[in-house]
Design a protein around this ligand. Structure first.
Ligand code: M6R
Length: 608
């Protein structure tokens, strides 16, 4: 997804801007550009493709100056070509704009501006902002930006510079994250903290409606009514090393191998094994409010939606409360039934996914209490929810989510366990689940220690054009997640299905060319899954089974087997998902894919 960077201070801006853009590469992008003020004039450079191409273009036509903005674009309006790359310039060239988000009334504004003689050079919605600021520039840049924003509908993170008011960057936020970094005689702007972490840890997260004026010697934040606001300065605690690869060939592999630690971190100080419960400080729900919950809605996208399906089973099974799981993109436009005692759980690694944020706001608007399960500290969802459980999985850089998923499942288990114990689960059952949770980090390590077995299976199947993933109960979402991982990074077509549903359609696909991954640990439905495996074998399908122990029932039935340790049924997904992450990873590497930045995908989907 698009990234914004800005610098104003005493040093050359371009090296800083390029470094910041590189640190945001993991978000996914298809073109990049910078604009820099120098001696009252604006210079810019843009290139389609990777940042290396922008750097090459800058070597040929350098731009200099110590106040500038930069951008990585992930195409929404118009193809990823140079003319659509940001920054966009106004007609007279005095204004340059970079933008994340979508200007929804861009077409109407374009017609209006064309009527005034403005000519458009790109297909983007962003270009209207550059012309609009030029049109309204009558004094300071911030006044012109505030006036322009009154005309604009949609979502934005904006950074704007102008040669008519040099030495400053004006930033604006509505629905797309931006933060100001505070330095000594220099200030920074970024859409992602990782871009500026090497230079400062003191940051101000902008709120929706904020406009910030950033200069070398200071910064000001104005609210939507242009009144100055005294912002809170936060300190970023993340370690820079934590967002670098640490010796692994890819972030994704590093993140897969971090899971014993990240799952441990999710539980640290929260799991109380001896009482069979958990302690979650940020819930902001009193005992009475927890007891009064009538129903739960869980909303999320992608991998986070898969963890929601597992959370649904935990809350229904352990707490005996009705739960609905909704795709955030669907929920936001439905007419959902939300009562005063509805709890809406919102799951997001990034805390910035546009659909998930909108779904949370909709649930709030309708009177639900919201609980965010979020990884990125200080993200929008984390700031706007009524209560929250941070995942503490650390920065996830690989576009394919891995460690966030296992931490989400564990965080859901901690919450469901606490709620269940309050609502009548026995201490004995609670302790059984708590002990199982406590054992997970070592069990994940056991799976990882045998990763070469999965690599061997990947070698056998790296050329397969299709895959089917099947599971039942809590392992059906694991099948969905396994299929999603494979298709995201290897571009192999893969489908996840409930194992018994196979015979209602997908069974037609099965022949000797179709690898079928069964998520079949020894749980309450194991015998049923064995029957489903037999159905596949009868049609000459090749079976790869993720199972939990040597089972006579599987002898001669499966072609490849990977065993995971045993745990309680609803925690199996934490262990079963790890070999599937590894399978997707090794197949993708063997096919030569760009594992950390797969084509067309963005780490954080901040547009609708
Ligand atoms: O940051 P979020 O958890 O809200 O992101 C939701 C999805 O965009 C994300 O899980 C996506 O599906 C990943 N690429 C999956 O690997």
């Amino acid at each position: 997804m698009c990234g914004i960077i800005g610098y104003v201070g005493g040093k050359p801006a371009v090296p800083f801007l390029l470094e910041g853009l590189r640190r945001m590469e993991y978000r996914g992008y298809d073109s990049a550009g910078v604009a820099v003020l120098h001696d009252g004039a604006l210079g810019d450079c843009r290139a389609a493709g990777k940042i290396a191409r922008l750097e090459a273009a800058l070597n040929t036509t350098p731009v200099t100056g110590s106040c500038g903005i930069g951008h990585t674009r992930w195409a929404t309006h118009g193809p990823p070509v140079e003319r659509n790359a940001h920054p966009h310039r106004s007609q007279d060239g005095t204004v340059a704009v970079v933008h994340n988000g979508i200007i929804e009334n861009a077409n109407a504004l374009r017609v209006l501006l064309q009527g005034k003689g403005y000519q458009f050079r790109s297909d983007t919605d962003t270009e209207v902002v550059a012309h609009l600021v030029q049109e309204l520039m009558n004094g300071s840049l911030e006044e012109a930006v505030l006036a322009a924003l009154r005309e604009v509908e949609g979502t934005y993170g904006l950074a704007i510079v102008s040669s008519r008011d040099p030495g400053k960057i004006v930033a604006a936020r509505k629905g797309s994250p931006l933060l100001v970094g505070i330095g000594d005689g220099e200030h920074f702007l970024a859409s992602d903290a990782s871009a500026i972490l090497a230079h400062t840890r003191q940051v101000v997260y902008l709120h929706d409606g904020d406009v910030a004026v950033i200069e070398a010697g200071g910064y000001r934040v104005l609210d939507a009514s242009a009144a100055p606001r005294t912002p809170k300065v936060d300190r970023i605690e993340w370690d820079q090393a934590a967002i670098e690869r640490g010796g692994y060939p890819h972030f994704m592999l590093k993140e897969i191998f971090e899971q014993p630690q990240t799952v441990e971190n999710t539980m640290r100080g929260r799991l109380i094994v001896e009482d069979g419960t958990s302690k979650l400080g940020g819930l902001n729900l009193s005992h009475e409010q927890l007891m009064a919950i009538d129903n739960v809605i869980i909303t999320a996208c992608g991998t986070s939606w898969h963890s929601a399906l597992i959370g649904e089973m935990m809350i229904e099974e352990w707490c005996r409360l009705p739960v609905e799981v909704e795709y955030a993109s669907e929920f936001r436009y439905k007419n959902p039934i939300v009562g005063p005692n509805t709890l809406c759980i919102v799951i997001s690694q990034s805390g910035e996914t546009a659909d998930t944020l909108a779904a949370m706001r909709e649930a709030k608007r309708r009177g639900a209490r919201t609980l965010g399960l979020v990884n990125v500290v200080g993200s929008t969802i984390a700031r706007e929810d009524d209560g929250g459980v941070y995942l503490h999985a650390g920065p996830e850089i690989g576009v394919a989510s891995t460690k966030a998923f296992t931490s989400q499942v564990v965080a859901l288990a901690l919450f469901a366990l606490k709620l269940a114990r309050k609502r009548g689960m026995s201490v004995t059952r609670g302790m059984e689940i708590a002990r199982a949770l406590h054992a997970l980090p070592a069990q994940i390590q056991d799976v990882l220690d045998r990763s070469e077995q999965v690599e061997h299976i990947a070698e056998e199947f790296k050329r397969a054009p299709n895959f089917l993933y099947l599971g039942r109960g809590a392992n059906f979402p694991v099948a969905l997640e396994g299929a999603l991982k494979l298709k995201e990074i290897s571009y192999i077509h893969a489908e996840g299905y409930p194992a018994a549903e196979m015979k209602h359609g997908p069974i037609a696909l099965i022949d000797e060319m179709m690898p079928v991954v069964f998520v079949a640990p020894h749980d309450a439905v194991f015998d049923k899954v064995v029957s489903n495996i037999q159905e596949v074998k009868a049609r000459k399908g090749t079976v790869i089974a993720i199972t939990s122990r040597g089972e006579p029932a599987l002898d001669g039935l499966v072609d490849y087997e990977f065993r995971i340790p045993e745990t309680v049924d609803l925690l199996m997904p934490v262990l079963a998902s790890v070999p599937l992450q590894l399978l997707a990873y090794y197949i993708a590497v063997k096919r030569g894919s760009n594992v950390d930045q797969p084509r067309n995908l963005a780490k954080s989907v901040t547009v609708e």
